[in-house]
Design a protein around this ligand. Structure first.
Ligand SMILES: *Cc1c(COP(=O)(O)O)cnc(C)c1O
Length: 334
């Protein structure tokens, strides 16, 4: 029945161990949908790997991770006065990203990292505030500096330059994001790497997503079907497969306005969508197949032309999905 994530446990764990031995300072990021695995599963895995610290996205995610993991918890989303943050909690490390927040937190004894602005321009104190910030840490447990870098080759030089400056202002570990693990040591011997995607999803061959065929209906050209009562484009089959919008099927984040080629691809895709055709993530008989209509909440209607021999009810069908948007009915270790 379910829409499932199958994981080759040995291969996945081998990848995780290799990542950790290449980069002992890794701080596994466990946030959101847990990269498709779920936060609790990843928390258990982090406990098994015996890492001293993991990162969560928000304060609200702390409890779910703590159920399976008892090390330190860095909160990536920056502290704000209006958040209900557990400042006295010995296990929690807060991210402070505004100089004024240091004054508010002074004397609380909270464990903190101070995030410094990079070319990301998401959160962080300004570079010219660093020296002053370093002098305003009394009554706080300062755990280090945090740097969030954009994708691309400029990240390492930018991080190295900033890290040198920060460690001159006050010697402390640098907690970076989006640095290649093999370059992390350039940020200092005790640098940490907050990593989610590259860690958990770094070995695509270790997993497969599969939907299950629930029904196969033979239809003739012109037969009506679906919520929108469209007509079948020819003789063929409607295949009903588990996996719908609730699982993240066919959901995509907006694309960055990128190269000409990327824009041309979007236009091509938009053009096909305009005539009502969207490629589904399901592969049947070696090819991606078209949605017959937009996916439903828990299943999808897939169009198969008559020339393809249809799968049987109960067969599993491979699917591709965006992991940060995916929710699986179950994760199966094989
Ligand atoms: C989400 C997040 C990460 C992890 O990102 P990945 O691309 O999944 O490794 C690291 N740092 C910060 C600040 C984040 O918000």
């Amino acid at each position: 029945m379910p829409f499932s994530l199958y994981v080759d446990r040995d291969r996945w764990q081998e990848h995780l161990r290799a990542f950790l031995s290449k980069c002992p300072g890794v701080v596994p990021v466990i946030k959101g949908n847990g990269y498709g695995f779920g936060r609790e599963l990843l928390a258990k895995q982090a406990a098994e790997l015996q890492v001293p610290c993991v990162a969560v996205g928000t304060y609200d995610e702390i409890d779910s991770v703590r159920r399976a993991y008892d090390g330190d918890l860095l909160v990536l989303s920056p502290w704000r006065p209006f958040l209900d943050a557990p400042l006295a909690d010995e296990q929690v490390i807060h991210t402070v990203s505004r100089a004024s927040d240091l004054d508010q937190l002074a004397g609380s004894g909270a464990r903190i990292v101070v995030e410094v602005m990079t070319s990301m321009r998401r959160h962080g104190i300004q570079r010219d505030e660093v020296t002053e910030a370093a002098a305003r840490l009394s009554g706080l447990r300062f755990e280090g500096w945090a740097l969030h870098l954009p994708f691309g080759p400029g990240a390492v030089p930018e991080a190295v330059e900033l890290a040198d400056r920060l460690r001159t202002a006050r010697e402390a570990p640098v907690w970076a994001s989006h640095i290649p693990p093999e370059r992390l040591a350039e940020l200092g011997p005790d640098a940490r790497l907050r990593s989610g995607t590259a860690l958990w999803l770094g070995d695509p061959g270790s997993r497969q997503v599969r939907g299950t065929v629930l029904d196969v209906h033979q239809v003739h050209r012109g037969d009506r079907f679906g919520y929108y009562q469209s007509r079948a484009p020819g003789d063929g089959y409607l295949v009903v497969i588990t996996g719908g919008t609730m699982h993240g099927v066919a959901l995509e984040p907006p694309r960055p306005a990128g190269s000409f080629r990327q824009r041309a691809q979007s236009v091509a895709r938009g053009g096909l969508e305009a005539v009502g055709r969207t490629l589904s993530p399901f592969t049947i008989d070696g090819r991606k197949r078209w949605f017959a209509e937009p996916p439903h909440m828990q299943c999808s209607l897939i169009w198969l032309p008559e020339s393809v021999s249809p799968p049987a009810v109960g067969d599993e069908v491979p699917a591709r999905i965006r992991y940060p948007l995916a929710t699986f009915d179950r994760v199966v270790f094989e």
